[in-house]
Design a protein around this ligand. Structure first.
Ligand code: COA
Length: 195
């Protein structure tokens, strides 16, 4: 089954596939981030060691099935968040998800992680679009999509219940097509050469 690279180096962060041995570090990062995760991520309402171990086991299974590719966001030896490329939006598509420990926000680290995931996602066979979906009230998440060069393509009622407590129930969908990504990459290369 085709899969992306297990380790991706972006500006200032390294993304690497989760390992079973990340249990302590992930549990601690989630515990310290709960106030900031609970409003937006339904899974954060039920944290704990068992749930975190189950998440890591599921991440391994999904990676091996070629379904979802979940990464730790790391800085040095520290786990500072998580992100993923997920095949849940239909053929030819990948959705990106992300969260960061609040001590590490405001530095462009998730924007850098998204750039790495987009480049890697479009290297997978048959991928013609990558999307970011978030609740309309989650402005920090929307800002990542905008900053990363995605285009808002629609808003509408969220397909899944239950909602996390900060969510409005209206989803915003952002997309980057393979053509847009190629143009953006060529422009970045040209800018580097001329600068
Ligand atoms: C969504 C979330 C990951 C965004 O984190 P973030 O730190 O704002 O995102 P980035 O790491 O890309 O950093 C962007 C910020 O760094 C700043 N920044 C500094 N240097 C930067 C650089 N080189 N490049 C880009 N941004 C930079 C930006 O201006 C921005 O700050 P601002 O919001 O004050 O304008 C974070 O708020 C989070 O974990 N939220 C809870 C979980 C969640 O909602 N997940 C998404 C569910 S859909």
């Amino acid at each position: 089954m085709e899969a992306p690279a297990e380790s991706l180096r972006s500006d200032h962060v390294v993304l690497r596939r989760w390992r079973t041995g990340d249990l302590d570090a992930l549990e601690q990062a989630i515990r310290e981030s709960l106030d900031h995760l609970v409003p937006w991520l339904p899974w954060a309402a039920d944290p704990g060691r068992r749930q975190t171990a189950e998440y890591l086991a599921r991440a391994k299974e999904q990676w091996e099935a070629g379904q979802d590719f979940s990464y730790a966001i790391t800085s040095g030896a520290e786990v500072i968040g998580g992100c993923a490329l997920m095949r849940r939006i239909g053929a030819g598509g990948l959705e990106i998800g992300y969260w960061l420990h609040p001590a590490w926000t405001g530095r462009g680290l998730v924007t850098a992680a998204v750039a790495g995931l987009v480049g890697e996602g479009f290297r997978l066979e048959g991928i013609d679009r990558i999307e970011i979906h978030h609740d309309a009230a989650n402005q920090a998440s929307g800002a990542v999509a905008r900053r990363s060069g995605f285009t808002e393509i629609g808003r509408g009622p969220a397909p899944e219940e239950p909602l996390a407590p900060g969510e409005s129930g209206i989803d915003v969908i952002w997309r980057m097509t393979a053509d847009q990504w190629r143009t953006r990459t060529a422009e970045a290369v040209a800018a580097r050469r001329s600068g």
